[in-house]
Design a protein around this ligand. Structure first.
Ligand SMILES: [Zn+2]
Length: 54
């Protein structure tokens, strides 16, 4: 199945072993590629860090 990353527009081919395959196939859920997922996760971690006082 061909899916398009909602963040960078990259086209990926995923198979049934992909963790979100059924979610995307059934619910038409948005797909985020591995790279963007990592980036998003990284930013989420950064965001949750307490800010250093200036
Ligand atoms: Zn992407």
């Amino acid at each position: 199945m061909e899916v398009k990353c909602t963040l960078c527009g990259r086209i990926d081919k995923i198979t049934k072993i992909h963790k979100d395959y059924f979610k995307i196939a059934r619910e038409n859920a948005s797909y985020v590629c591995e790279m963007c997922e990592k980036r998003v996760r990284y930013h989420a971690v950064e965001f949750n860090k307490p800010r250093k006082p200036m």
